[in-house]
Each structure stands twice: as structure tokens, then as C-alpha cells.
Design a protein around this ligand. Structure first.
Ligand code: 13P
Length: 279
């Protein structure tokens, strides 16, 4: 069932679990997430960032997800990940995305707040949920995201930001990185706790790949309800391709495609299990 992000995250907050947001950019990644939902009967967020507009058009993503999820009992949100361009956000809403992320992390606090509010005012007219980011997340290894200077989210700013803009969920910077960690992850659950004490709203953890299970569990206890995963799914597929091509340099693309879906699905399920343990 295609659903709105807000309801999905409120249920996660009450149930003390997080919903995985998995980046997609082609048939194989979308199919992998849908198959994982089918197999686990867990909800998921299909996340498509504006940087993948070279791979797929907004309407193609919506149509493919809608077609592939016919008959599914579990909830799926169609989410626009990291987008800096407000026009792209409006186009995604018109195309049928059920939630959007405005990424104003490179802007000043005031400018981020003003543009986020503009997005919220537009999106809420269409019952579309909005995620924003405050602070900035660093870049690790093998990521496809842009370079970022790590700035931890300030709890008091987070409170003002949420109250002024009316966002539905907030991405926080507490030490996770986009991509794989360069060394031992240094994640401040303490900072998250302070933010959670300052303002009650579903929080989003970017940079899920490689984050240790114990940290994930501690973060869920402090209000994280959505965790984004991209890099590790891509890495597992590419590693499998390398093996297949090493074995058979003339490997057929159709076989690579089938394998990609299967391998991506296994990685998605691994993270779903970490985010939402079976009680
Ligand atoms: P990873 O690539 O580290 O999993 O992070 C994904 C992400 O945060 C996308 O918004």
C-alpha cells in the first residue's frame, strides 16, 4: 500500500523501531525493496534523490513503484531524498511522491528555515510529508553524496527550526557519515538525546551503511524513526558483478540484472532486520 511518511514514522516512534529508507535509481533497486517488503511484511521507504534524475524521471519512479506494489499488504512511502532545488520538489509532489526532503544543510540557519517553510506550506496542501536537515553530515568512503563539512545539530536550533517550519521529521547530524566509515564510527547518541529532549518529532538518521547495530538500537530509543541506506546496497551489487564478470567476461546483462535484484534485496533485508527486530 502506498502511504504517507508521517503516519509511517509516528507508528515507528510508538513501536520503538525505525523504517528503512533505501535509495533507488533503476528497476533492480526498486524491485529489490518491493521484494524485501513482500518477504518480510515490513514497511519501507523508497527513496529517490534528485542526483538520480539522470537515471530515472520522477514520474517513472512513481509509476514503477505503484505498479510493482499492487497487492502488497505492507506500507511503502515514495520519498524524494536530498533535494536542494525547490522546483524539483514541487515537480515530485505533482508526480505523486508521498514525502519530500528539502536539503538546506549548506544554507545559513535562517535561509534553511525560510526555504524549508516554503516547501512545507506547498507540500502540506497536497498531504505530502516533509523532511528537512539541520546541521551537516560528513562524507565517508564510496558514497555518491556531495562533500559535507560535519556540523552537529544544535538542540536549541532544532527546536526553533521545527516549531517555525512545521516539518514532519528532521534529519540530524550526530556523527554518521554518507558512505562507509573511514575508521571506527564516532556517533554521539548523547547529542541525539539532547535534541530529543529539546523537541519531540520523528528524527531521521542519514548514513545508515556500516553503522553498528548497538548504535542503531540506542538511536531508536532516542527518537530515530527513519534510517537511510544507500552505499552498502550498491557496494554489494557491484562486488557481485565483479565476481560474475571475472568468472565469465561475456556474462549476459539479463543475468546480471536478476542477480543485482537478489543481492540488493538481501542487503535491504539485513538492514530491515537491524532497524526493526522481530519481537
Ligand atoms: P549511506 O550511503 O551511508 O547508506 O547513506 C544514505 C543516505 O543517507 C541517503 O540519504
Amino acid at each position: 500500500m502506498i502511504t504517507n511518511l508521517k503516519g509511517l514514522l509516528e507508528a515507528a516512534k510508538n513501536g520503538k523501531y525505525a523504517v528503512g529508507a533505501f535509495n533507488v535509481y533503476n528497476y533492480e533497486t526498486i524491485k529489490a525493496v518491493i521484494e524485501a517488503v513482500k518477504e518480510t511484511r515490513r514497511p519501507a521507504i523508497i527513496a529517490f534523490g534528485e542526483k538520480y534524475l539522470e537515471n530515472m524521471a520522477l514520474k517513472e519512479v512513481v509509476n514503477l513503484v505503484r505498479t510493482m506494489s499492487i497487492g502488497l499488504d505492507s506500507d511503502i512511502a515514495i520519498h524524494l531524498d536530498h533535494t536542494k532545488n525547490v522546483d524539483v520538489i514541487k515537480k515530485a509532489i505533482d508526480a505523486g511522491f508521498t514525502s519530500v526532503m528539502f536539503d538546506g544543510s549548506a544554507l545559513s540557519f535562517e535561509e534553511n528555515m525560510a526555504q524549508t517553510k516554503e516547501v512545507v506550506d506547498y507540500a502540506h496542501k497536497f498531504n505530502v510529508s516533509v523532511e528537512a536537515e539541520l546541521g551537516c553530515i560528513q562524507l565517508g568512503d564510496h558514497s555518491n553524496e556531495d562533500e559535507g563539512n560535519e556540523i552537529y545539530t544544535d538542540p536549541l536550533q532544532a527546536r526553533t527550526f521545527v516549531l517555525e517550519t512545521g516539518v514532519d521529521c528532521l534529519a540530524v547530524s550526530i556523527g554518521t557519515v554518507h558512505g562507509m566509515y573511514k575508521g571506527v564510527p564516532k556517533i554521539s547518541v548523547e547529542r541525539l538525546k539532547e535534541i530529543n529532549q529539546a523537541i519531540q518529532i520523528p528524527f531521521v538518521l542519514h548514513g545508515g551503511s556500516g553503522t553498528p547495530l548497538s548504535t542503531i538500537q540506542a538511536c531508536i530509543q532516542e527518537g530515530i524513526t527513519k534510517i537511510n541506506v544507500n552505499t552498502e546496497v550498491s557496494m554489494t551489487v557491484v562486488a557481485e558483478f565483479s565476481k560474475m564478470i571475472a568468472k565469465n567476461p561475456q556474462a549476459h546483462f539479463s543475468n546480471l540484472s536478476t542477480k543485482a535484484t537478489e543481492v540488493a534485496k538481501q542487503t535491504v533485508i539485513k538492514y530491515m532486520d537491524m532497524f526493526s527486530p522481530i519481537q
